[in-house]
Ligand binder design. Structure first.
Ligand code: SF4
Length: 251
């Protein structure tokens, strides 16, 4: 893993993502290196030669820059982690996501954090001080073997569900992001997540070309075909909605 400390010029960036005004990415690159990750396009801008997942640039001045930007910024909703995981392993040492949250506390912009890491429970004390904060865990399958194929460096599904439960139990607004839909059993996934989330977001695999060879190697091609994504999303939606959990299907 190549880690490089850099100085960022800006950290609060306007975003076109629906429902959000700004995004914050305290890191460039992501140690999780998910095989399907769309954010690997970032390499085009950074000049990194290493494979996606093998480098992280650490914006060590992120909290200070954010404090400056917040003095002038119009209030708006912020999402953390659009092209990186804000709680990937380096966050344990650098604490930049935590530093940015501390900077935001005085302004109370609504915050949404999306991660695959149990490290986020470290910041429950801060989450509790926000008037409007939502924390999401990406959970893309119910099957640990499938997880190992596509997200080999991420926490287990079990650990992510435990994380959601811990957050939910502390009164934090939580959601599961089932995206991209990997090979999964809708009923099993529903059963392990239900009770730990206030909301569910579902998305299909948008960049299947990146992982077609892996699907072929693992004999999983049928999970790229026909109506699989639509059928799976509808089945999940039905299970969760029957329990009163709001579901948004993003495709
Ligand atoms: S955790 Fe998110 S940003 Fe990181 S590699 Fe996986 S999909 Fe990409």
């Amino acid at each position: 893993m190549k880690t490089r400390e850099i100085f960022a010029k800006t950290i609060l960036t306007k975003t076109g993502i629906e429902g959000f005004d700004y995004c914050i990415n305290p890191y460039v690159g992501c140690e999780h290196g998910c095989r399907y990750c769309y954010a690997s396009f970032m390499k085009r801008f950074t000049g990194h030669q290493e494979p996606w997942g093998d480098f992280v640039d650490v914006k060590i001045n992120a909290p200070q820059i954010l404090r400056g930007q917040l003095k002038r910024a119009k209030p708006g909703t912020i999402i953390f982690g659009t092209v990186t995981d804000p709680y990937q392993p380096v966050e344990k040492h650098y604490r930049l996501t935590r530093g940015c949250l501390e900077a935001l506390l005085g302004h109370q912009f609504p915050v949404n954090l999306l991660t695959r890491s149990p490290l986020c429970v470290r910041d429950i004390d801060l989450f509790k001080e926000f008037e409007d904060i939502t924390v999401g865990l990406s959970i893309t399958t119910d099957d640990e073997k499938i997880k190992k194929v596509f997200e080999p460096r991420c926490a287990s599904i079990k650990a992510r569900v435990e994380t959601l439960k811990a957050l939910h139990g502390e009164g934090i607004q939580t959601y599961a992001f089932i995206g991209p839909i990997l090979p999964l059993n809708p009923e099993k996934l529903f059963k392990i997540i239900e009770g730990a989330v206030d909301e569910v977001l579902i998305d299909k695999l948008n960049y299947s070309n990146k992982v077609k060879a892996i699907y072929r190697r693992e004999g999983l091609e049928r999970y790229l075909e026909g109506d699989y994504f639509h059928y799976t999303a509808m089945a999940l939606k039905e299970y969760f909605e029957k329990r009163g959990v709001a579901v948004s299907v993003l495709f």
